[in-house]
Design a protein around this ligand. Structure first.
Ligand code: KG4
Length: 340
């Protein structure tokens, strides 16, 4: 019997719904929230209001594109956390209401775990090479930067992580300091392609083990820029490509250094990327270079499955469905949680 899962993601500023038929993705619809651009970052209250406006049309569109009537759904999977509480509550409440009305099981999904499992998303008529367990995953997003040993889809061990800012957060903040738009990641990525990565040197703190720290880099970037702008008020405009390339290079170098150590020490040479920052071209290139140099077998999700999306929630929901790993209707959302 075919299994149909509806996935719902609303942890931050993207309202997304996806439908899976067994392990194949039929649709993945996302409404982004332009409202935050004017503020240079996500405004939680505005995010939750926008989710309320988007959730019904996004879910309807996902079912329509998949050509699946809601009566055929076997379960509703939703992001339980981590994320912004007001945003999560919209998706969680909607999922609960829908599952109850259809009298089908509810499946709670850890957003971080789902980012990793995005490496298993398969679209119709597509053969996707999937990592075998155990593998190492570098998860880098706006809220997290972690090196994870993935023993099974539901058994993940954090080997190292940021002790302060996430990689995406640091890039977004540096972009904001440069007066570029939000989110800064894709803008920095674009500018960096035209710049010299060796043009400027920023602080790289020494952190033990596989942990990383990006707050020192952010401060170093801010102070250096402040001094340069004092000398030349148009400094950013004249040097934005080199600034972006040097910033990106520093972040990528720090991440690759820790990833290399983790792979070396665990002797696991299957390595995956995940999370919004893994859309970054500099990171993808450096990852491929490392793979070639050290003989890693690598896995990189498609661009559209790196940033927040419901397809990753639906595939994780499908795997949990096979294990009958359902949750109760009174399960609360959580804003902070580690990977499991
Ligand atoms: O995974 P995601 O959509 O949300 C979280 O779960 O955090 O990641 C969002 C982050 C933002 O910081 C954004 O600037 C960054 O991913 N990002 C990028 C790129 N595309 C998105 N960072 C660098 N280069 C990109 N191309």
């Amino acid at each position: 019997m075919d299994i149909y899962i509806l996935g719902i993601e609303s942890s931050c500023d993207d309202t997304s719904a996806a439908v899976m038929k067994n392990d194949v993705l039929l649709s993945n619809v996302t409404a982004n929230q332009a409202v935050h651009m004017a503020y240079g970052g996500v405004v939680p209250e505005l995010a939750s209001r926008a989710h309320q406006q988007h959730i019904v049309p996004v879910v309807s569109e996902a079912l329509k594109q998949a050509n699946v009537d809601k009566s055929r759904l076997n379960a509703v999977a939703f992001t339980r956390g981590p994320g912004l509480m007001g945003s999560l509550l919209v998706g969680v409440s909607f999922a609960k209401g829908l599952a109850r009305s259809l009298d089908i099981p509810l499946i709670d999904v850890n957003h971080l775990q789902a980012h990793v499992i995005a490496n298993f998303i398969k679209e119709p008529n597509e053969v996707v090479e999937q990592p075998a367990f155990p593998f190492i995953c570098l998860l880098v997003s706006g809220g997290n930067s972690q090196i994870i040993k993935v023993n099974a889809y539901n058994d993940m061990e954090v080997l190292g992580q940021t002790i302060d800012d996430a990689a995406g957060e640091a890039i977004d903040k540096c972009s904001k300091v440069m007066g570029l738009g939000y989110p800064g990641g894709p803008i920095i990525d674009k500018l960096a392609r035209q710049g010299n990565p060796q043009a400027y040197v920023f602080n790289k703190p020494h952190i033990e083990g596989y942990d990383v720290s990006f707050s020192g880099l952010k401060t170093s970037f801010l102070y250096s820029l402040r001094d340069w702008v004092k000398e030349d008020p148009d400094f950013v405009e004249h040097h934005k490509n080199d600034l972006a390339a040097s910033l990106e290079h520093t972040v990528v170098d720090m991440l690759m250094d820790k990833l290399r150590r983790a792979v070396r020490d665990t002797h696991i040479n299957q390595v995956a990327l995940a999370g919004g920052v893994s859309a970054n071209n500099g990171l993808r290139n450096a990852f491929r270079e490392q793979a070639e140099k050290y003989g890693w077998k690598i896995y990189i999700p498609k661009f559209k499955f790196t940033t927040d999306n419901a397809a990753m929630i639906a595939i994780t929901g499908y795997l949990k469905y096979l294990d009958s790993d359902f949750c109760s209707i009174d399960l609360p959302a959580y804003s902070r949680v580690t990977i499991k």
